[in-house]
Design a protein around this ligand. Structure first.
Ligand code: UD1
Length: 343
């Protein structure tokens, strides 16, 4: 089918993927979602339909299923690909590394093979600040900060993914790639029509905070209180998911306008570090309630402190975060309350 602005978005029903679909439509693109819903929730389609004014086009396909995917490359003429589909739970990846290597690496190989075969040259990859490992010196990392070992198989799949893309780009100079290194995505769409659907017990901080506040979890455990940080708890760069979604649109736009070869890694964060205790206190202030929480032992593999230098995103993509951490917490809380209305 011919639409000059058609973008393939793998994992487009997921947390970051669904918010990116909204931003793509807003910017005049025509997203085609591939998702097998193993880690997403079908009700996202309803929320997306309300937000974009029509039902999104989606195909229930495993990103490793090359035969099924190839049919889509035959049917559509994609201008670019945004590749989200991957597993992302750090702890699970330690317990089941092969599950992560199979899905995250094989999925990427499959998509790249088809991209090359069908001459789809604009490629945005979901990478992560996990590729930096624990920053050795300055906690504010730029793209040129030397990397140390990622702390998990999940992190390794992101680093290998970037290396794989670099090798592919070297042998195919027409292939243009941006690796977006996300810091900590949080929040939900301000409309509360889409957001995150954690399956089982959430691994990430903010869904655990909101689920504790709503009563789905008894108590939040704060992992570690004796780190060498301002208040003893870990520090992260929490970035609103809508800001992150917009970064994908800007990255795609940049690639389209780039005629020569391109391989870039770009940090997507606010540039501001926030401790776990600061998140809790902000949440309590915004929600107007006391959160049930307690300190627990350090979590294995946690980075102590990391936040983005986001200058490159600003200069290269003309992107900068518009939302604050408080906005993100507010939207995450509204989303949690909305989810609870349907229970
Ligand atoms: C990790 C990965 C990141 C990945 C993300 C996806 C690293 C360094 N980072 O982020 O690349 O994209 O997972 O899931 O591997 N915390 C608690 N209690 C909780 C949950 C979390 O105290 O119940 C703490 C953690 O110990 C950490 C902070 O909150 O210090 C943030 O944790 P989390 O939301 O899980 O994200 P990261 O581990 O930073």
């Amino acid at each position: 089918m011919k639409n000059d602005n058609t973008i393939l978005i793998t994992g487009g029903a997921g947390y970051i993927g669904s918010h990116t679909v909204v931003e793509l439509v807003k910017a005049g693109y025509h997203p085609i979602i591939v998702d097998d819903f193993r880690n997403s929730n079908k009700s996202v389609i309803k929320g997306l339909t309300e937000l974009i004014g029509e039902s999104p086009i989606f195909y229930e396909i495993d990103v490793c299923d090359k035969i099924a995917l190839e049919e889509l490359f035959e049917r559509y003429s994609f201008k670019g690909i945004i590749h989200f589909a991957a597993y992302k739970a750090v702890g699970e990846s330690v317990a089941e590394p092969l599950k992560y290597y199979r899905n995250n690496i094989l999925g990427l190989v499959t998509i790249c093979e088809l991209a090359l075969k069908y001459n789809v040259h604009n490629f945005v990859f979901s990478s992560s600040c996990t590729v930096y490992g624990e920053p050795k010196g300055l906690k504010e990392v730029s793209e040129s900060t030397p990397k140390s070992e990622p702390n998990s198989p999940y992190g390794n799949t992101k680093l290998i993914g970037e290396q794989l893309l670099s090798d592919v780009q070297k042998s195919n100079k027409d292939f243009k790639i941006i690796n977006l290194r996300y810091f900590n995505p949080v929040g939900a769409h301000p409309s509360s029509l889409i957001g995150e659907f954690p399956i089982g017990k959430p691994n990430n901080l903010l869904p655990f905070v909101t689920q504790t506040a709503i009563g789905k979890q008894d108590s939040l455990l704060v992992f570690g209180n004796d780190y060498p940080t301002k208040d003893g708890t870990c520090i992260r760069d929490y970035i609103h998911v809508c800001d992150l979604a917009e970064a994908h649109v800007k990255a795609m736009h940049f690639l389209e306008n780039k005629s020569a070869e391109c391989l870039e890694a770009v940090n997507i964060g606010t540039g501001q570090g926030t401790s776990i205790l600061e998140v809790i206190h902000l949440f309590e202030k915004i929600a107007g309630l006391k959160l049930n929480w307690q300190f627990a032992d350090r979590r294995n593999g946690d980075v102590i402190e990391i936040y983005a230098n986001a200058e490159k995103a600003n200069q290269l993509l003309n992107w900068g975060a518009k939302y604050t951490v408080a906005d993100a917490i507010n939207d995450a809380w509204n989303w949690e309350k909305k989810l609870n209305e349907h229970v």
